[in-house]
Design a protein around this ligand. Structure first.
Ligand code: GLC
Length: 526
């Protein structure tokens, strides 16, 4: 059984397939997921009937099959072929234009996909083997987390699709059909437990599409990459226009700007390497990581002060955070914290491939970068966020991210940990992405309050690196409990209730990935 599919939040689908089977009031619907488009209907109102014409209900659905009363089954013969197998009775459905179709059940019938002869027994046995192999790779987890982990593990498999020349993991077949930059890194963190090669592929897929100037794209999709504002879908531009700059009337920039995601690539590379040491991989990616790192200083630091900025909300990964209400260009403290950490990981990688001199230079870069951030952004009680040089008056979880460097002076780290443990951030379901007592806090609106697993994961790791193992353990424990109890691998959660926020998507890749990694007690040390 592995995991029960409700055919609403968890549709019947397959690794490598864009087809989703969903349950609706008037029967089953088969839809196809596409990049930045609503689900396309392949067929609808699929109903199976017995010989007397009575409609037969679905009695169970799991990764292998959807089963109807009386024994008929839906199975994937291959990622693009969905078959209906059964003997006796009939099935009927509608095609998108409304044309009605029906068939007497006499074996294996292709519903979607190229015509072909399939034997039901073989198709079922092959699906059974595929899933048994995948679940055999699932890391061991404590019993009370096993059910949710199986759901997460299934999510990771079905979100794998051929994209950009490799097998990439998409964030969700509901609305996010591409490989997103930092999502791929979080996905790699989970896949390293089962298939380090697949984990490396997530990172390589991103690096394969590096731009000539070193920039990494925001998204790799079926039609190319999203790497600057002119590549953005129109609907995104409209959404951004609603809030960006509204606090001070700036609005979006007129000309094209690059769009990427936070610099965590070397962080992920090193985690995968620690799980499955591979010097060849390190040597292959190192020059690309170096160019990607330098890009922030050459192309994303408009005032040239050595503290890079995000030039677009999407580059931060926190699309609608209230930070952007102050304008489209900003420097919340996470960016330079990630870069400082990345310099340390580049040092580790350089050392591992025998470049001792470069390793020493990266360490110096990391400490000089931190010194400069402390000297210019620490105001004695917190790190400041600037937007085009002016202070941003909103308190977000990003303010705590300097903990991620693991290099802060003791008093500074202690102050950040105290802030995290204060009522502004520490409720039953930490960590709200905007402080509970900030006027911009909204428990249901994406990055304006809800809990996201990646923020919790990175903060827990930072706490541990900064000497707060107890707080890190408590944060992880509460995060796991929240996800276990809320019912699914959602995109984000309401920090007051611990429930799915209403607009959050389900079957979300990095929630599944980071849940698996946390549940497996994955090491958080670099
Ligand atoms: C949303 C998130 C972003 C993420 C993307 C794909 O846009 O804000 O951080 O990378 O979805 O999951």
């Amino acid at each position: 059984m592995y995991v029960e599919l409700d055919l609403v939040e968890r549709p019947f689908t397959e690794r490598g397939s864009r087809l989703l089977v969903l349950l609706e009031e008037d029967g089953l619907r088969v839809a196809r997921a596409e990049y930045e488009a609503p689900l396309a209907v392949e067929l609808s109102r699929l109903v199976v009937r017995d010989a007397g014409g009575r409609a037969l209900p679905v009695v169970s659905a799991d990764p292998v099959a959807v089963r109807f009363e009386g024994g008929a089954e839906l199975l994937f013969a291959d990622p693009s072929t969905l078959v209906l197998a059964g003997q006796g009775g009939s099935a009927s459905w509608r095609l998108p234009g409304g044309t009605a179709r029906s068939v007497e059940l006499t074996g294996c019938h292709v519903l979607v996909g190229p015509e072909g002869e399939w034997a039901a027994d073989r198709v079922r046995a092959a699906a059974g083997r595929r899933w048994a192999e995948w679940f055999a790779l699932m890391p061991e987890v404590p019993e009370e987390l096993a059910e949710r982990t199986r759901m997460a593990w299934w999510t990771l498999a079905v979100n794998l699709l051929p994209i950009g020349g490799r097998e990439g993991l998409v964030p969700s077949k509901y609305g996010y059909l591409g490989v997103w930059n930092w999502d791929a890194l979080f996905h790699a963190v989970a896949l390293r437990h089962a298939s380090p090669a697949l984990a490396r592929d997530q990172i390589l897929l991103l690096l394969d599409h590096q731009l000539p100037d070193g920039q990494l794209p925001d998204v790799v999709h079926d039609f190319g990459v999203l790497a600057e504002t002119t590549d953005l879908p129109r609907s995104d531009l409209a959404r951004l226009g609603e809030h960006v700059g509204r606090a001070n009337g700036t609005g979006m920039p007129a000309g094209p700007v690059p769009v990427t995601k936070p610099p965590l690539t070397a962080w992920a590379v090193w985690k995968v390497h620690r799980a499955d040491p591979d010097r060849e991989f390190l040597a292959e990616v190192y020059p690309k990581l170096v160019r990607a790192h330098e890009w922030w200083f050459t192309a994303s630091d408009p005032d040239g002060d050595g503290l890079p900025e995000y030039l677009h909300p999407y580059s931060s990964g926190l699309d609608d955070s209230p930070v952007w209400d102050y304008g489209p260009r900003a420097e919340p403290p996470d960016l330079n914290s990630y870069l400082i950490h990345q310099a340390d990981r580049l040092a580790d990688i350089a050392e591992a491939i025998g470049l001792a001199g470069e390793a020493a230079r990266w360490r110096e870069r990391a400490s000089a970068h931190l010194e400069s951030m402390l000297a210019r952004r620490w105001d004695g009680s917190g790190f400041r966020t600037l937007s085009d040089g002016a202070p941003v008056r909103v308190r977000t979880a990003l303010d705590l991210m300097p903990l991620f460097t693991g290099r802060l002076p003791g008093a500074v780290a202690a102050q950040l940990e105290r802030t995290l443990r204060s009522p502004s951030y520490w409720g039953r379901y930490p960590v709200p992405t905007v402080a509970f007592d900030d006027p911009a806090f909204d428990p249901d609106a994406m990055w304006r309050g809800p809990v996201w697993l990646n923020v919790n994961y990175l903060l827990a790791e930072g706490l541990e690196r900064s000497g707060f193992a107890g707080t890190a353990a408590e944060l992880r424990r509460r995060t796991l409990a929240m996800v276990r109890d809320a019912g699914g691998l959602y995109e984000y959660w309401n920090p007051l209730t611990g429930a799915r926020a209403p607009r959050a998507t389900s079957g979300f890749g990095w929630s599944a990935a980071l849940f698996v990694d946390l549940a497996a007690g994955g090491s958080v040390r670099p």
